[in-house]
Design a protein around this ligand. Sequence first.
Ligand code: 5AD
Length: 350
Amino acid sequence: MDKKTELIIDKLHSDRSLTEEEYAYLIEHRDEESTCRLASLAVAAREQVYGRDVFIRGLIEISNYCKNDCFYCGIRRSNKDCERYRLGEDEILRCCEEGYDLGFRTFVLQGGEDAFYTDERLCGIIRTIKERFPECAVTLSLGERSKESYRRLYEAGADRYLLRHETADEKHYASLHPSELTLENRMRCLKDLQEIGYQTGCGFMVGSPGQTVKELAKDLRWIETFKPAMCGIGPFIPHKATRYADMKPGSVELTCYLLSVIRLIQPNILLPATTALATLDDKGQEKGILAGANVIMPNLSPMEARSKYRLYDNKAYSGTEAAQNVEDLKRRMEEIGYKVVTNRGDIKGN
Ligand code: 5AD
């Protein structure tokens, strides 16, 4: 590690803020020493806020119908080889029941942008979940909607909303999405969600097509100002039915490095070690936790749904990412000195 990298890390640690150029330098000078230094500072920062607790969220993939056509995504509407499904209210509730018994106190309803899920339907489902499981948090991850819609869902009881910003750079955003999708609207959604009162999550893929150090530096700067409650980052993984079929997947090591940086930007942030990390590396989620992540989102979807909710090739769904293997997950976290806890796992001190 050179002197400048060392100084930049010190500055990040003390100020929780860097310039775009400094973020870029830090990423370009990633080596063993800078990785270790960032990880140990990140782990200490997290420990001060959350101790060694790992929060778990039960992920329920409610639909893989999607009206969007994001160029990188396996469930994009123009993928005719994707077998579509959606879960009904009763099936979603059964997932929650199973999850509750396994110790989950947050349910994440995630899906493509599926017009079937009107505000009315979703509000009904959210109210029922909150009635049956009053001490549980409901997180939604259902894409772009109007502010009015976000407000109705919040009033029905939803607590959190995940919507990755994907990239903070306008041109890069336009290269990954068809023209009807804009960064401007994405940011509008994120701002609306925060204003309404959701614990709001953003995020991006690492190694997405066309991404360079510059785009990553911009993402980090943007996260500084947005102050999300959560941030989901995971390596890009190609899907065979997309134009990026032959691209290399993103780097697990760079993802972990960025997890450490984000932890230092915002010590109380909720940071998942994502399924994409587990997909590329058997120990990917452990590596994520050891770099500063503190959330794992095991899959509670019915088995048939899981194999169809395929955002990218080889998506893991039967190892520790399966909610049914939560005992296995607990053991794996214990092995690295962490503890899976059963509570809502809200953001602290916001
Ligand atoms: N590789 C990794 N992550 C992906 N996502 C979509 N497609 C891929 C892919 N090929 C991520 C996007 C999206 C989230 C639901 O999954 O960031 O927001």
